[in-house]
Design a protein around this ligand. Structure first.
Ligand SMILES: *[C@@H]1O[C@H](CO)[C@@H](O)[C@H](O)[C@H]1NC(C)=O
Ligand SMILES: *[C@@H]1O[C@H](CO)[C@@H](O)[C@H](O)[C@H]1NC(C)=O
Length: 275
């Protein structure tokens, strides 16, 4: 068997004892497809109807093509490499025949085919029954943003997996690093106008040169998100000005008292013209 890392809750788990005699292929086994955005939580569906055939604690196994993702029997649980702290089949749900896999903070590398099994039999002779195959697709985030010059650009990181923010200016091919997550022993790198928020990186006082493509990368350099940013001329100035002018004209024609000196001034000017 593979050398899975073990921790205190899993070290005594006798899951690998016994011989797996046969792997029954699908009874309920048509493939289900489910997808989710990177960083979110996902539920990979599974139903088990034949719990009465197994001991009080059903033994459930979730496998992906390359890894054991989760194994659980009663309170004893094992989470596979890369799934530590993220994969679970809640016990109360399982007792009701719901063997769905809960996966938190999903990663791009979680994409793949997952299979759940009910393991039955005693410790010497085990049999695995395929319960469900799930095609799981994890998508990256893609969006477009328009920012007014002088405003701030807020880039969402979505997940603690985010390790870098890089920027490619419009019509150029180079990528500049704007932000790097603080790691052990290494300093956090920040662009002079970048500041870190809670799961965001904000680029302040956007200029024309900030137009381009921003990417949030994970530790493997895969894009968690891609944001195409367009910079526009600040709009509040002009509309405000025209609105003020219109207001001014309306006030004058209505004989409002907002500008008491003005009609008099105009009248004087008018009279002077004829003198
Ligand atoms: C199993 O539980 C999950 C999470 O509560 C739920 O989304 C799903 O619908 C349940 N499945 C069934 C068949 O009840
Ligand atoms: C924003 O940047 C412009 C030049 O690009 C500069 O003139 C202005 O002072 C900056 N504003 C702030 C609030 O930093």
């Amino acid at each position: 068997m593979t050398n899975h890392p073990s921790n205190s809750t899993t070290s005594n788990l006798p899951l690998y004892l016994g011989i797996v005699l046969s792997v029954c292929s699908s009874i309920q086994g048509s493939m289900i497809s489910t997808s989710c955005d990177v960083g979110q939580s996902a539920v990979l569906p599974c139903l088990v109807s034949s719990l009465h055939r197994s001991p009080p604690s059903p033994y459930i196994q979730w496998l992906s093509t390359s890894e054991t993702v989760f194994e659980g029997m009663g309170t004893e649980k094992f989470q596979g490499h890369g799934y530590e702290g993220r994969a679970n089949v809640p016990q109360q749900m399982l007792e009701q025949g719901n063997c769905s896999l809960f996966l938190e903070d999903v990663r791009l590398t979680d994409s793949g085919v997952y299979e759940s099994y009910l393991v039955v039999g005693n410790t010497k002779v085990k049999r695995k029954v395929l319960l469900q195959s799930v095609q799981f697709i994890v998508r990256d985030h893609k969006l477009k943003k328009t920012v007014e010059r002088g405003r701030d650009l807020e880039l969402e990181l979505y997940t603690p997996q985010a390790k870098q923010v890089v920027f490619q200016p419009r019509r150029l091919s180079q990528w500049d690093v704007l932000w790097k997550k603080k790691g052990k022993g290494s300093q956090m790198t920040l662009h002079p106008r970048a500041r870190e928020g809670s799961l965001t990186v904000v680029i302040e006082n956007i200029t024309w040169n900030d137009e381009g493509t921003y990417r949030v990368l994970d530790e493997n350099g895969l894009a968690l998100s891609t944001v195409m940013v367009t910079v526009t001329e600040p709009s509040p100035d002009k509309p405000e000005q025209t609105q003020q002018k219109r207001q001014f004209l309306e006030d004058r024609s209505a004989g409002s008292r907002s500008y008491p000196g003005l009609p008099l001034f105009l009248l004087c000017g008018f009279m002077l013209y004829f003198i």
